[in-house]
Each structure stands twice: as structure tokens, then as C-alpha cells.
Design a protein around this ligand. Structure first.
Ligand code: AFP
Length: 361
């Protein structure tokens, strides 16, 4: 289709809103604010070492997770805040880079939505010029907070992912893309650099139910729980193993890029709960990583799970909670869930215990 005939993000959102004649337009306006933040971040990322204000490695401090922040992590967080705080659509925000919820400053009106985000996911890949992204989740603020305009507490954000109104990500790769869902399937937009507009390029994104590709950080294999070891072992056994087919592996260490690959061509991503650090129930953050990506996967016909239950059903217990996450092609994720339910025994034919197992105990 000629580029000029493609819908812009604004046009797409107007079309969506026509389905709900009573809608205020606040959600559309909020998504457009997010898209502007993402365009600004795309620009900052694209300058790399040439950007004087963000060049260099560290310099951002340490975030609430105890992780080293890049300057671009901090700058991206500020870009989200600056574009979203003034419009009157938000009751508050929370992000990976902020310990506590962000209160909308008093001169600005407060609205009915919550914006939760990871401003720059995969930022340890910046030094090597590999794709990174921003992830966002939009929730409704509790009624009493909207009515009173009170400051928000952490508890206001602790809503299961199934209550998300919209979610998405921007991917800063060879092309900048915005992929999102307002609960009516998943759509993808590509940034038209001539116009500075996101144009609809992927109107119906779906995840194939089957795949021969999986992504996991294999260096953690000694910490994996038996169901994950079994799954990976069976995949690696290839044509001559129980799966009867060969699998490819992938690992970018940038979840947005992995989620995008899976939305484009299927696959499975795993960052499961493991025994590496008993105090942590996984690596990825529930509210601004697992939930929005999980929402997209489910909306695209894929599946997202902790291994034990659908991730969107988890009631969060803290703002920066970590969780085990498996998502992607539905039949593979369901298989992994089944392995979590089945006891692994030495006589079950489980290749985990076989002589030729690559990930032997
Ligand atoms: P950073 O934003 O600190 O680079 O973390 C990225 C991430 O949260 C996610 O995008 C990756 O899938 C995962 O961490 C990579 O973790 P490993 O470094 O353990 O592979």
C-alpha cells in the first residue's frame, strides 16, 4: 500500500474511539502523549555516542532495583514524565526508574488513568548498539482517587494485568516501531522519518500457535526448575528427541526485541523463576514488563504465563515485584505449563535425566 494511504496513529485511534461513542478521548490523548515520548527517546537513542548529553556509559546512578542506570534510562524516564504529566489524563505514574509512584504536580489537572512504564528496557545493550525499547501499561485509577484527586499510593497500582486498558511498546531498532493494543487485537506502526508520524504498517498482528524457536538465557541453566530444564532439553534433543523436530535458539537480552520477534513470527521467550537468588521470584518486573507484554501476547492469540498460571491473573503485591515469565506461541507455552503441573520422575522418560542430557543435574 502506498505510504500516504496508511493510517496515522492519530487516525487509527479516532477510528477505535468511534466504536465507543461515549468515550471522552482521554485514552487516545494519553496514548498520543506516550507516542511523543517514544519519538523523543528514539531520537535520543539514535544519536548514540554523538549525543553530548547522554553519551558515555554510566552516569545515571542506581535505580530502585539496585541496577546501574544509564544516562539514557534517566533521560527517557524524564521524557515520559514531561510529555504525560501536564495533560490532565493521568492520576499518576510509576516506572522502573522511580522508587515510589509519581504524583502529578498540583498545577496540572489530574485524570482517571495510571501510566506504568519501563522507559528504556534492555539498556545494557546500548553500548553494543543492539535494539532497545520502551514498555507501557495503562490502568484505570481507583474511583476514589479520581473523585478526590488525592495523591496515589503504591496499592493503587497493584492491579492484575487483566485490568489493563491498553499496553504496548516502542522498539528502537533499525526502524522505530510502536506496537500496542487497546483490547481489540494488536497493531503495529512504523515511524515515518519524513513526517515524524507513526504509520499503521501491521494492522493484525497474530502469534502462530506453533514454533521451532525459543529464547532463554542458557547461562542460568543450573538454576532452572525441572519443568524448564525438561522443556529446553527436549527442544535441544531435536529430531531424534521426544519433540521430533529441530529448534533454533535466540537470546538478545532485550525483552522488547524478543517480544517483537515473537509477535512477527512466533517463538517462545522464557525468563522463568529459578533458584539463583531465593529472595527473587524471577528477573523481570510484573507491572511494567510482564503485564504489558503479556497483554499483547494474549491479544495476539499467544499466551503469557508464570509457568504456573496466566501472568495476567497475578495480583501484584508490590510495585517493583519480579516474576517468572514465559510467553509466545500458545501451544508451547501451554506445554511448559503442563510440565509445571506434571511431576518429573526418573522413570517418566524425561530426557532431563537421560545420559545424553545437555542440562544434566
Ligand atoms: P536491562 O534493561 O537492565 O538491560 O535489562 C533487560 C531485561 O530486563 C530484559 O529486557 C532482558 O530480557 C533481560 O533483562 C536480560 O537479562 P540477562 O542479562 O539476565 O540475560
Amino acid at each position: 500500500m502506498p505510504l500516504s494511504r496508511r493510517l496515522t496513529l492519530t487516525q487509527y485511534l479516532i477510528e477505535q474511539r468511534r466504536r465507543f461513542p461515549g468515550a471522552s478521548g482521554d485514552l487516545n490523548a494519553l496514548i498520543l502523549d506516550v507516542s511523543i515520548a517514544c519519538k523523543a527517546i528514539a531520537r535520543a537513542v539514535a544519536f548514540g555516542e554523538l549525543a553530548e548529553s547522554t553519551a558515555g556509559n554510566a552516569g545515571g546512578g542506581v535505580n530502585v532495583q539496585g541496577e546501574v542506570q544509564k544516562k539514557l534510562d534517566v533521560v527517557s524516564n524524564e521524557m515520559f514524565i514531561a510529555t504525560a504529566e501536564w495533560s490532565g489524563h493521568l492520576a499518576g505514574m510509576a516506572s522502573e526508574e522511580m522508587d515510589q509512584p509519581y504524583q502529578i504536580p498540583r498545577p496540572f489537572p489530574r485524570g482517571k488513568y495510571l501510566l506504568v512504564f519501563d522507559p528504556l528496557d534492555g539498556s545494557s545493550n546500548l553500548d553494543v548498539n543492539v535494539s532497545v525499547g520502551s514498555i507501557f501499561s495503562i490502568l484505570r485509577a481507583p474511583d476514589d482517587a479520581v473523585e478526590s484527586g488525592r495523591d496515589l499510593t503504591e496499592a493503587d497500582f497493584l492491579q492484575p494485568g487483566s485490568t489493563q486498558v491498553a499496553a504496548g511498546y516502542a522498539l528502537y531498532g533499525p526502524a522505530t516501531m510502536l506496537v500496542m493494543s487497546v483490547g481489540d487485537g494488536v497493531v503495529g506502526f512504523t515511524l515515518d522519518l519524513n513526517l515524524g508520524e507513526f504509520k499503521l504498517t501491521h494492522p493484525h498482528i497474530t502469534v502462530p500457535a506453533d514454533t521451532q524457536e525459543f529464547a532463554i538465557n542458557g547461562s542460568n541453566s543450573r538454576f532452572w526448575e525441572p519443568p524448564i530444564k525438561r522443556y529446553v532439553d527436549e527442544c535441544l534433543a531435536g529430531k531424534t528427541g521426544p519433540r521430533g523436530k529441530d529448534f533454533n535458539t535466540r537470546w538478545i537480552a532485550s525483552m522488547v526485541a524478543e517480544a517483537h520477534r515473537i509477535l512477527m513470527r512466533g517463538g517462545v521467550f522464557m525468563y522463568p523463576r529459578d533458584t539463583k537468588d531465593p529472595a527473587r521470584h524471577g528477573r523481570l518486573r510484573l507491572l511494567y514488563e510482564a503485564n504489558p507484554i503479556g497483554f499483547l501476547m494474549e491479544q495476539a492469540g499467544g499466551r503469557a504465563s508464570t509457568g504456573r498460571q496466566p501472568v495476567l491473573g497475578v495480583k501484584p503485591s508490590e510495585l517493583h515485584q519480579r516474576i517468572g515469565l514465559v510467553f509466545g506461541s500458545r501451544n508451547e507455552v501451554e506445554r511448559i505449563e503442563r510440565y509445571h503441573r506434571e511431576p518429573a520422575t526418573r522413570d517418566s522418560g524425561n530426557p532431563l535425566f537421560s545420559e545424553r542430557s545437555l542440562f544434566r543435574d
